[in-house]
Design a protein around this ligand. Structure first.
Ligand code: CS2
Length: 493
């Protein structure tokens, strides 16, 4: 049997071809970052930048304390490996493996909440970052914190009693709750800190700040709120790296390279990009030494990435899945899908964008299509199709609102939404194969989708959690969506 990757077996991997890392000495690295949401994306993105930055700067205090807010799976993968894991990078004609040593601890929030809160409060921690996905923030329709959510309400109640002086042993239930309670402990010594949101959301840093403030306000934490204004920063970021789910075939490839079995393996494309607003309350890893861009204004990058890359990813995923394609690259080989992707970017999205400094939008479009077409990365349409109710407002509806305001109905964006609606309503592709619905609002979506096809578009448009009134009530948009939905449904039995 192949040995498992761990601090003791690591030496066996030394000198193997196409294997590198760790770039830091895990044993000598201390925690400086607490990260909530240690999924594949974090492990293939921020953790890689942070390790490269620490190595380049010769700094040993940027180890990561990874926290899993929901499932224990990553803890079970990484704990027996002393936090070590590897990133399998797959380009069109190249494969390499990099062992990462910066993950110094991993904890499940429900099981080790006290350790997580203490780590956020530790004066040696300077950054708290998050990749908990859109739904992990528990936002209500209006974008504010969903105080009616049970887990949020529990965090409000606990924070209220802690503000009143009674420290609680109850575990933090949500990422925002953990941040707020960690900050309460930190306010005791007052060392400033920066909270870095790394999810694909419009205005991500400001959104997270608003949610933390909502929680503090609901808990009556007035003094903490004042301290937050003084000492805590929430920069905006744009993050980008395609990280498909790890398969057994990836494991076999990684084991052959490493000579060890890595249960924490993640897979990624060669491309990686991170643009971070340079607004920190204290020290930070020197991410620019690892290729990140630190800038004053992240918005143009964030908007371009969300609308061009993520919006098109969703378009390719829904239309591709409906037309029977399992993989994103395979879907792009279908002229119908490629045509939609191109029209979406050229006709609908690009007119709404201000090009970020030094970026040519046509080249950006081409590079996105090239990355999607990389068969080595192996991304499935279903992986991108998940959580549509959370993703589409960020990726597509901003484009729709801007184009409608400019007097035009964005046809490709409308077709993308129609493809999502057909995906939800039919739950099958052209060949009758099942397309499972993975969405936090699945029940409400199914309910809206049931009924006659003629009224489907209107029933979906009535979902305020997805379609803002201003867009849903636009008669030109409604009519176009009805037509597209009808048209697409005819193609699916
Ligand atoms: C994708 C993203 O799964 C999805 O919804 O669109 O995860 C995408 O791969 C990343 O944002 C790329 O940076």
């Amino acid at each position: 049997m192949t040995d498992r990757l761990s601090p003791t077996t690591l030496a066996h991997a030394a000198g193997r071809a196409d294997v590198s890392g760790p770039a830091v000495d895990p044993g000598a690295t201390t925690v400086g970052v607490v990260h909530l949401g240690v999924g594949a994306f974090h492990r293939a993105h921020q953790a890689v930048f942070t390790e490269a930055a620490a190595a380049a700067a010769g700094e040993s205090h940027w180890g990561i304390f990874g926290v899993t807010p929901r499932s224990r799976r990553v803890v079970d993968q990484l704990e027996p490996q002393g936090g070590l894991y590897s990133v399998l990078t797959k380009g069109a004609g190249s494969t390499s493996l990099q062992v990462i040593g910066s993950m110094r601890d991993v904890a499940h929030l429900g099981s080790r909440s006290a350790d997580v809160l203490a780590a956020i409060a530790a004066p040696t921690t300077h950054v708290v970052s998050t990749t908990v996905s859109e739904k992990g923030y528990h936002r209500a329709h209006d974008g504010r914190l969903d105080l009616a959510d049970d887990a949020v309400a529990a965090d409000v109640a606990t924070l209220r009693s802690e503000v009143g002086g009674t420290t609680s042993d109850d575990a933090a239930r949500t990422p925002v709750g953990a941040i707020a309670r960690g900050l309460l402990r930190r306010a005791g010594h007052g060392t400033p800190i920066t909270v870095v949101c790394c999810d694909n959301m419009v205005d991500n840093g400001h959104v997270l700040r608003g949610l933390v403030e909502d929680l503090l306000d609901a808990a009556g934490a007035t003094e903490l709120r004042t301290w937050l204004d003084d000492a805590v920063r929430f920069p905006m970021t744009m993050v980008d790296r395609i990280t498909p789910a790890t398969t057994e075939a990836h494991h076999a490839e990684a084991t052959a390279l490493l000579g060890l079995r890595d249960e924490g393996l993640v897979v990624a494309e060669p491309f990686r990009q991170w643009v971070v607003e340079d607004d920190f309350a204290g020290p930070r890893p020197r991410w620019e030494l690892a290729g990140a861009v630190l800038t004053r204004d992240v918005r143009p990058y964030e908007r371009a990435k969300l609308r061009m890359l993520n919006g098109t990813h969703s378009a390719v995923a829904y239309l591709g899945a409906l037309r029977g394609h399992r993989m994103i690259d395979e879907a792009l080989g279908d002229p119908e899908v490629l045509g939609l992707a191109r029209r979406l970017m050229d006709e609908d999205v690009m007119p709404t964008l201000e090009a970020p400094e030094g970026v040519d939008l046509a080249e950006y479009r081409d590079s996105i299509l090239e990355r999607f077409a990389n068969p080595a990365t192996g991304y499935t349409t279903l992986q991108v199709a998940g959580d549509g109710s959370q993703k589409l407002p960020m990726r597509i509806l901003g484009t729709v609102a801007d184009r409608l305001a400019a007097g035009t109905v964005p046809a490709a964006a409308v077709r993308t939404l129609a493809a999502w609606i057909a995906f939800v309503a039919r739950g099958r592709d052209v060949e009758g194969r099942e397309l499972p619905l993975d969405d936090p609002l699945a029940d409400r979506l199914r309910e809206a989708a049931s009924g006659d096809d003629a009224g489907l578009a209107d029933r979906m448009l009535a979902l305020r959690a997805v379609f803002p009134e201003q867009v849903a009530d636009d008669p030109r948009f409604r009519e176009a969506l009805r037509t597209e939905v009808r048209d697409l449904l005819r193609t699916i039995p």
